[in-house]
Design a protein around this ligand. Structure first.
Ligand code: NAI
Length: 466
C-alpha cells in the first residue's frame, strides 16, 4: 500500500471525526483525518469547550460578587479583565487542540491539513496550503459538522449580528445584548454576558425556554434565570430588524402585538444546519434529506457504497457525544465488528447555573406517545448537600412507565446536573426501573441523593420530601 493509500479517510476532525479516526486506527485500519480549519471542530474551537471556560469563569465572578459575603468571604474591588478571561479560554482550547493531534497520531492516524473533497467513492483530494494531494481509500467517513442557521432578514455581519462563533469572543462587554432563541446556545451565552454585566434579553418563539425539556423543569428554570437578571420574551417571534450604526432594533410579534427590542449586539441562536458544502458530497451523488442532512442506513452508510456519514451532518441531536458514539460505531462497523448507538439514552445538557440535564422522555413526550407514566419529583431545597453548598435551586424529576416501572426519562435542574445525569443514563442503558434507582445506595451527603429521592417519590415513598 502506498503512502497515500488508506483503509479509511475521515473528513472533518470534530468529536465525531477525530474519534472515528482514533477508533479506526485502534482497530488496525490505516486511517487519514482531513481538517480544513482547526483540529477539534466546532465543539473544541468555538462551541462546547470555549463556552464552558467562559461559563466557569463567570460563575466564579458571580459567586465572588453576589454570594461570597454570605459565606463570610469579603472581597473588595472586584473587577473584570475581559482580555485575560478570553486569554484563559484560548489557553484551554489550545491545550485540548494539542491533545487531539497527539492522540490521533499516537494511535497511528495521519492528519492532513487542508480541504477534503470527495472525487469518487474511493478517492479524496486534499487541497493543502502548499498544493494538492490525492488519497485513495476503501472507506470515506464524512464528519463535516454543522454551521449556525442565519435568519433571512438578519444576516450575520460578525460585529453586530453574530452567531455563537463571535459571541464567545467579544472584545468588550455589550451594554445591551439581544439573543434570539432560548435553547442551549442562547441560555449559555446569555448567562455568560449577563454575569459580565450586559443587559440580556432572550427572545423565544415557543411558549417556554429550554423547549426540549420537561415543562416542570422549564418553568422553574425560567424563574431562576430571571432572578439572575436574564429577561425573557417567550411566545415571541422576531420578524424583522432595523440596523443603524452600532445599534439594532428587532421587531417581534408577541400575542398579536408588535414589540421592539433595542440592542447593541444580537446573538442569533436559532439552530444549526448540516455542513455539506465544498466537500464534493453532492457531486459524488450522496443523497441528502429535505433538511440537508446526509441520509444514512443503520450502518451509517450513505446511498453510495463506501461513503459513510456521522455527527451533525446526519439526523439526530447535534451533540458532541452523539457524534463521538457514531464515530466509534462506524469505525467498528467498517472493521467488521458490531458498532451500535443507543439513541434512546443520549443525555442533553444546558450548562447554565443551575444546569439543565435530561435523558430519555419528558412527561409530555411520554404522554404524546400514548405511554401512561408515573412521575416522582424531589426539590434540591430539601437536600443536605445542596443546602451546605448553597445550591438549593432546582429539582429532579423521574418519569417511569406506569405498567412496568421502567425508567423512561430523568430530568434535572441542579448545580452539576451534567454530572448527575450520568447515573440516570447508566440505569436506563441497562433497562433499569425507578425501583432500581430508588434501591441504589447513594453517598450521603451528595446532590445525587436527589435522584434516589425522586425515584422513591415515583410510588410515594420519598423519605426527605413532604
Ligand atoms: P436550538 O435548535 O437548540 O434552538 C433554537 C431555538 O430558537 C428554538 O427554541 C426555537 O424555537 C428558537 N427560534 C427559532 N427561530 C426563532 C425566531 N425567529 N424568533 C425567536 N425564537 C426563534 O438551537 P441553538 O441553541 O442555536 O443550538 C444549536 C445546536 O447546537 C443544537 O442542536 C444544540 O443542541 C447544540 N448545542 C448544544 C449545546 C450543549 O449541549 N450544551 C451547547 C450549544 C449548542
Amino acid at each position: 500500500m502506498s503512502a497515500d493509500n488508506f483503509d479509511v479517510v475521515v473528513i472533518g476532525s470534530g468529536p465525531g471525526g477525530y474519534v472515528a479516526a482514533i477508533r479506526a486506527s485502534q482497530l488496525g485500519l490505516k486511517t487519514a483525518l482531513i481538517e480544513k480549519g482547526n483540529l477539534g471542530g466546532t465543539c473544541l474551537n468555538v462551541g462546547c469547550i470555549p463556552s464552558k471556560a467562559l461559563l466557569h469563569s463567570t460563575e466564579m465572578l458571580h459567586f465572588t460578587k453576589d454570594k461570597a459575603a454570605n459565606h463570610g468571604i469579603q472581597v473588595d474591588g472586584v473587577s473584570v479583565d475581559l482580555s485575560q478571561l478570553m486569554k484563559r479560554k484560548d489557553t484551554v482550547v489550545n491545550t485540548l487542540k494539542g491533545g487531539v493531534e497527539m492522540l490521533v497520531t499516537k494511535k497511528g492516524g495521519k492528519i492532513f491539513k487542508g480541504l477534503g473533497v470527495i472525487q469518487s467513492p474511493g478517492t479524496v483530494l486534499v487541497k493543502q496550503e502548499d498544493g494538492e494531494i490525492t488519497l485513495q481509500t476503501k472507506h470515506i467517513i464524512i464528519a463535516t459538522g454543522s454551521t449556525p442557521i442565519e435568519l433571512p432578514f438578519l444576516p450575520y455581519d460578525s460585529e453586530t449580528i453574530v452567531s455563537s462563533d463571535q459571541a464567545i469572543a467579544f472584545d468588550s462587554i455589550p451594554e445591551k445584548l439581544a439573543v434570539i432563541g432560548a435553547s442551549a446556545i442562547g441560555l449559555e451565552l446569555g448567562s455568560v454576558w449577563a454575569r459580565l454585566g450586559s443587559e440580556v434579553t432572550i427572545v423565544e418563539y415557543l411558549p417556554k425556554i429550554a423547549p426540549g425539556f420537561d415543562d416542570d423543569i422549564c418553568k422553574i428554570s425560567e424563574r431562576v434565570f430571571k432572578r439572575q437578571g436574564l429577561k425573557f420574551l417567550t411566545a415571541t417571534e422576531v420578524t424583522s430588524a432595523d440596523s443603524s450604526e452600532n445599534k439594532v432594533v428587532l421587531k417581534a410579534q408577541r400575542k398579536g402585538k408588535e414589540v421592539s427590542i433595542e440592542a447593541d449586539k444580537v446573538l442569533v441562536a436559532v439552530g444549526r444546519k448540516p455542513n455539506t458544502l465544498n466537500a464534493g458530497i453532492e457531486e459524488a451523488g450522496v443523497k441528502v434529506d429535505e433538511k440537508g442532512r446526509i441520509e444514512i442506513d443503520h450502518h451509517f452508510q450513505s446511498n453510495i457504497p463506501g461513503i459513510y456519514a456521522i455527527g451533525d451532518v446526519v439526523a439526530g441531536p447535534m451533540l458532541a457525544h452523539k457524534a463521538e458514539e457514531e464515530g466509534v460505531a462506524v469505525a467498528e462497523i467498517i472493521a467488521g465488528k458490531a458498532g451500535h448507538v443507543n439513541y434512546d439514552v443520549i443525555p442533553g445538557v444546558i450548562y447554565t447555573d443551575p444546569e439543565i440535564a435530561s435523558v430519555g422522555l419528558s412527561e409530555q413526550q411520554a404522554q404524546e406517545s400514548g405511554i401512561e407514566v408515573n412521575t416522582g419529583k424531589f426539590n434540591l431545597s430539601a437536600n443536605g448537600r445542596a443546602i451546605s453548598s448553597d445550591v438549593t435551586e432546582g429539582m429532579v424529576k423521574v418519569i417511569a412507565d406506569a405498567k412496568s416501572d421502567k425508567l423512561l426519562g430523568v430530568q434535572i435542574l441542579a448545580h452539576n446536573a451534567s454530572e448527575l445525569i450520568a447515573a440516570a443514563v447508566t440505569h436506563m442503558e441497562y433497562g433499569g426501573s425507578a425501583e432500581d434507582l430508588a434501591r441504589t445506595i447513594h453517598a450521603h451527603p451528595t446532590l445525587s441523593e436527589s435522584l434516589k429521592e425522586a425515584a422513591l417519590a415515583v410510588d410515594g415513598r420519598g423519605l426527605h420530601s413532604i
